[in-house]
Every structure is written in C-alpha cells, then in structure tokens.
Design a protein around this ligand. Structure first.
Ligand SMILES: Cc1ncc(COP(=O)(O)O)c(C=O)c1O
Length: 458
C-alpha cells in the first residue's frame, strides 16, 4: 500500500516486499518470508532511525564498519566530486589519482615491507586474493603441494567459496560446501574455555603447541599459509592469550608458511591504530587484508597488502599474469571515499580518541560479569562481546541461546542495537562515540540484562 499523501510505499509495504523478494545474508532459511527486519530510514552520528522517528544507538557500527559515524556532508561531497570527475576507470589497464594516493597512504600505515596494495571489493575478496597470491607464489617457486591453509575454529574470513572454506565458524558451513582439501583447522583459542586452574600462559603454550603439532602432522611442505584475525571478531570477539601472535608468527616463519593477518575488523581504528598487527600485537605479517573501516562503510572497498618479500618471490619466476581481480577493483569513487575517511580520522584525531575512551569502554564491559547470566565479557579497543552462560560446560546451551536472543530483543526495545551471535551479543560502535554515549550504551545494556535476568529466574 502507498502513503496517500506522498504516494510512497508505507513501511509495512516495504517490509512485505523485503520479506517476499530480498534474500538477506545469513538468513535463517526456515523462516523464509516469515520474519521482520528493522526497517531503517535515516542515520545521524552514532544513531539509526526508523520511519517513525524511533532512535537506536548503533551498537555494531553498521557491520563493524561505520567508524566515522553517519551523516557526513564532507564524505557526500568527496563521493559526488569523484563521480562527476571520473566515476569509473578499468583497474586492469588504468591508473587513477584516488587509487594511487590511497595505496601510498595505506603503505605509510602498514608495518614492515608491506608495500604493495591489491584493491578488492570487500573483505572476502581481499582474503581470496591473499590466498591466491600464496598459490601463485608457491607455483612460481615450483612448490605446487605447498598450498594448505591453516585456519582456526571460530575464525571468520568471508563468504566467497575460498574465504568461507577457511572460515572456522560452525555456522559458516551449514548446507554449503567448502573445499576441505585446502584447509586444516586449529582448535578454539578462547582463553575463557581453558580448564579451571590453568593460567593464561599455560593456555598459550598449549595453543602454540596445537599449531606445531598440526604442522608436524600435515607437513610444512604441504602448508602455504596460516590465516588469523588478530581478534576473532565474528566468532565472539575472542582475544588470544598474550604472546600468542608473536609465537605463532615465529612458528610460521620457521616453516616458510606465510602469515596472513585478517584485519578486516581490527584495521582502521577499531583498536586505536590504522592496523593492529604490529602496533597492538607486535607482529609484521606477510600479508594484511582489510575492508570495512577503510571507507567507514560509505562505499564498498577492500584491500590485500603484500610484502616486498612475497612480491619478489611471485615475480621472479618467468612471465604469467596475476589473473585475479575485479571490475570494481580500486574503484575510483570508493578510493576517494577511503581518502576522505582517512582525512576525517586525521582531522578529528580519531585514533587517539579511540585509545583515550577504550579504558572506560572496556571497564564498563568487563563489569557486566557481575550478572550471573553473563559468563564472560571481553574485548579490546572499541569492540566487545558479552557471552550469556548458565554453566561453563555448555550443558544449558539451548537456554543460553534464548537469553542471547531475548537480550537482543530487549535492547532494541530500549533503543540499543547489538549484534546477536547465538548466545552472545557483540558491539563495535562508531569510533566517534563519546564518553557520555558509551555510558548511555552500557546503561541500556545493563538495564536489558537486569530485565532478562529477572525473566529468566521465573
Ligand atoms: C575478519 C573478517 N574477514 C573477512 C570478512 C568478510 O568481509 P566482507 O563481508 O566485506 O566480504 C569479514 C566480515 O565480517 C571479517 O569479519
């Protein structure tokens, strides 16, 4: 039905069209055509609004991406100016100012000798590119068997065939196929699940040993790369034990296994730095993948940064094209948006802002374990997760899932969006969030936890 005054479709009509004709990512298929998504209409700062003026604090920051917040006229102008100047150029044969300048800026931020940027359309294609670069390198070096990727349980690397193949979330597989010959998974590294009485250092030893043992089992000659998010965000904001990153990098180096650091979420300010691999975790990987915060979600763009050492090993063995790439690689309008995004970060000192509000954010987050239904509250920088737990051994998982879903519902009724993840809620608000807004976010979350706790006691 239409709105009589404006002749525009009403909210109900839009939702009906959405239900009937749009298949959303990760949609629960048993609920096909029988669900309601929140119909968002406008956004400002860190808030989203529906058509009736209801306001929601955007806890997930879009999808871990809207770093600079919404409603930025300067971003709109940069995008519009680039559209008018040069809306498209083939990345296969043309160079453009926005992509060249952006690449130069990105390598200023990147660690070590990561001096080459391959632009993609998002995070999944950045991960595909990194793995394909490893394939290309090892074929060039005459090591066709050195191709298996070591990945981790609970890791998420995207939704293309290859990126989903190396994703270790149970729910990534479901009824889709994955190319299992290409990957081996390491067990969950979450310190929260370590046995009672074991300290974090011993847990770290065990997790590093898992990697060494898997390499011994599979054979280093068959393993091309290890892929790891610095923090496993979609898997429930799992922060590896201290020292784990450096030790796993050393193990990879000892076996000539490339280390791919997937910074699709942790890059571009989420942890208070452009990239977190070196500045937060002290490692210089062979490749870094990024997307999301690169444009603050205003336009799609991703990138794979590659070290000189890898580039040299790819290029030294005779002529063959790097036959990987997309019509929209290095899209000039997306690159212009990324450059404006970086300018806003710098003008507003956003990285320093994140570092300065992190202690407050993390303190409020961690205090939530005082509620019995919250088993763990963890995070780093401006990303956090609460895990609903009634027992540590998972024996009441079904009830815990219900609490997680209910918490999402109650938060939304109270004006806060959180990202539901089975029995967890995660948040990664826009980086511009102020101290007052952090308090508002956690005040709502606490009120929701209190309400759900009572319901659950009944
Ligand atoms: C760590 C990580 N890598 C890759 C991806 C895939 O990115 P995209 O959805 O842009 O393809 C995601 C998405 O959430 C991610 O969290």
């Amino acid at each position: 039905m239409n709105n009589m005054m404006t002749n525009e479709p009403t909210a109900e009509t839009l939702l009906e069209w959405d239900r009937n004709h749009v298949l959303h990512p990760w949609h629960e298929m048993s609920e096909w055509r029988g669900y309601d998504n929140l119909l968002v209409d406008t956004a400002k700062g860190i808030f989203l609004y529906d058509g009736e003026g209801n306001k929601f604090l955007d806890g997930p920051g879009g999808m871990w991406c809207v770093q600079i917040g919404y409603d930025r006229p300067e971003m709109a102008k940069a995008i519009s100016d680039q559209v008018m100047k040069l809306p498209y150029a083939s990345p296969f044969t043309k160079a453009t100012e926005p992509s060249a300048v952006l690449a130069k800026r990105m390598i200023e931020f990147s660690p070590g000798d990561l001096n080459t940027v391959f632009f993609t359309t998002g995070g999944s294609t950045a991960v595909d590119t990194a793995i394909r670069a490893m394939h290309y390198m090892n074929n060039s070096l005459g090591r066709p068997d050195k191709k298996i990727v070591l990945a981790r349980e609970k890791g998420y690397h995207g939704s293309t065939y290859l990126a989903s193949t190396v994703s270790g979330k149970e729910r990534s597989v479901t009824k889709f196929d994955a190319e299992q010959r290409l990957v081996r998974f390491l067990p969950n590294i979450n310190p929260y699940i370590r046995p009672d009485g074991m300290d974090e250092a011993a847990w770290c030893d065990e997790k590093v040993a898992d990697l060494e043992n898997l390499i011994a089992e599979v054979g280093a000659d068959n393993i091309g790369a290890y892929i790891a998010e610095p923090i496993l965000c979609s898997g429930g904001v799992i922060v590896p034990p201290k020292g784990y990153h450096k030790r796993t990098l050393d193990v990879c180096r000892a076996h000539d296994i490339l280390y791919i650091s997937d910074e699709v979420v942790t890059g571009f300010g989420r942890l208070g730095h452009w990239f977190s691999s070196e500045e937060v975790f002290g490692i210089v990987p062979d490749m870094i993948t990024c997307a999301k915060g690169l444009t603050s979600g205003y336009l799609p763009l991703g990138a794979c940064l590659i070290s000189d050492a890898v580039m040299e090993r790819m290029t030294g063995a005779g002529a063959a094209p790097f036959s990987n790439g997309y019509t929209y690689s290095a899209h000039p309008v997306s690159c212009a948006a990324a450059l404006k995004n970086i300018e806003i970060f710098e003008d507003e000192n956003l990285l320093a802002h994140v570092r300065s509000v992190t202690p407050q954010f993390q303190a409020r987050l961690r205090s939530l374990t005082k509620y019995p239904i919250i088993g763990d509250a963890r995070g780093e920088g401006l990303v956090g997760c609460v895990e609903c737990r009634l027992t540590k051994d998972g024996s009441r998982f079904e009830d815990e899932q219900k609490i997680g879903a209910r918490l999402d519902e109650v938060c939304q009724d109270m004006g806060l969006l959180v990202r539901p993840l089975i029995n967890m809620c995660v948040f990664s608000p826009p980086l511009i969030i102020t101290e007052k807004e952090i308090d508002l976010m956690f005040d709502i979350l606490e009120a929701a936890i209190q309400k759900v706790s009572v319901e659950f006691e009944k």
